[in-house]
Design a protein around this ligand. Sequence first.
Ligand code: GAP
Length: 465
Amino acid sequence: MLKEDDKSAYAKASADKMQKIVSFCKRRGFIFPACEIYGGLANSYSYGPYGVELKNNIKKMWWKKFVQERADIVGMDGPILLNSKIWEASGHIKGFNDAMVDCKKCKKRYRADHVVMELTGKDMEGDLSGMTKVLRSGLKCPECGASDWTEAKNMSQMFRTEMNAVEGPIYLRPETAGAIFSDFKNITDSMRVKVPFGIAQIGKAFRNEIVARNFIFRIREFEQMEIEYFIKPEAKWEPLFDNWLDWQEEFAVSIGAKLEDLRRYEHPKEKLSHYSKKTIDIEYNFPFGFGELFGLAHRGDFDLTQHSKLSGVKLEYFDAVNNKRYTPHVLEPTVGVDRLILTAICAAYTKEKVKDQERIVMKFPHSVAPIKVAVFPLLKNKPALVEMSKEVYDKLKTQYMCEFDDNGNIGKRYRRQDEIGTPFCITVDFESLDNQDVTVRDRDTMEQERIAINDLDAYLAEKLK
Ligand code: GAP
């Protein structure tokens, strides 16, 4: 057990680490507060030049693992604006709510279950009157210390908008899953998929969160990577469920998370929706504590049955071998791209001493690193060195995200690349002019070796594979 003093020191160190990561991300072009020149917009963020590379790499890795390398999973890409019947069928229009509560004195708004948990350690999600009672029993607002609370009330997380030629409101999708279920028939009709099979999708989702917080962990516009994996109703699903947990954890490790920073949280039976057999979240140990990264739910046949009911179109699978039609059940592995990015950044962020000097180095796995190779001429005022290094750069950039840098001394250029996690730096020096070779410096070991320019392709292909 940590003593109170240790606990507050730990909380401060965690907040400091998070603060360092947030300012590092801005300083080094990974993630910026969006529309900052206009004062920003309620915890919205833009991905900068390195952030977007990181994001694309993570999405590509996920697609490769779960679509390209899987004969049983196909991809799709549906629209953000969908027929509102989809959200009626899924229950989002009626029931996708979070409880909010305001401090009457300082007007700070909280998610009621979160503030109750923070102040009492009790999980009271869903119990509006219980939360109001507990808060009004003397609990103090963490912001101003007053004890004057509004009643806890439900607030819809759906963003509403309207569309010309469409009656009634439409919604920015709160999850990508809806489009997958509504295209189930198109996919089973057009592809030779056989149960068990999955449909995968990557795309934006929108939730009007009461409080966006912890940098890009909880935001209102985010990206999801979801799979609906259809199985036979009578299938023994438990081993497959466990496999999906392992595959999700493997993916987290492949983007740099340490296995010991992951843990599984099973939702208690009494909190599961009536149709769900089991739900487990995989959480990551962020600087602010463990938080949900992946979800995995057994959703039974709820979604296909509901969409059949509301659309009037049968959503069944035809088993040609047994000449039988049935509604498959579904396992749903899901993850937020932005949370994976935050995981990759937190896991990679390292400060270390090198010869009495501190270096920040992002120890990204090679596949995740935004820039793979940087090329430098030793001196920028020696045209022969500049020309040769540009030739090397022009050749490599056709295969890898590369950077050319001739600014400042070599030590500073190495540090700049270490900070963005570039695995290899290539320097063209005077020996290169005579020998047609270069030095290649490794980000992690900082060791250098000489490689013939003609061998660079094979060398990097091996190292970066
Ligand atoms: N279709 C199921 C579904 O949407 P969810 O647990 O609500 O399940 C899936 O969301 C994943 O999306 C979460 O595990 C999390 O990684 C990510 N996510 C959810 N809300 C988010 C938010 N406000 N900001 C960033 N990521 C979020």
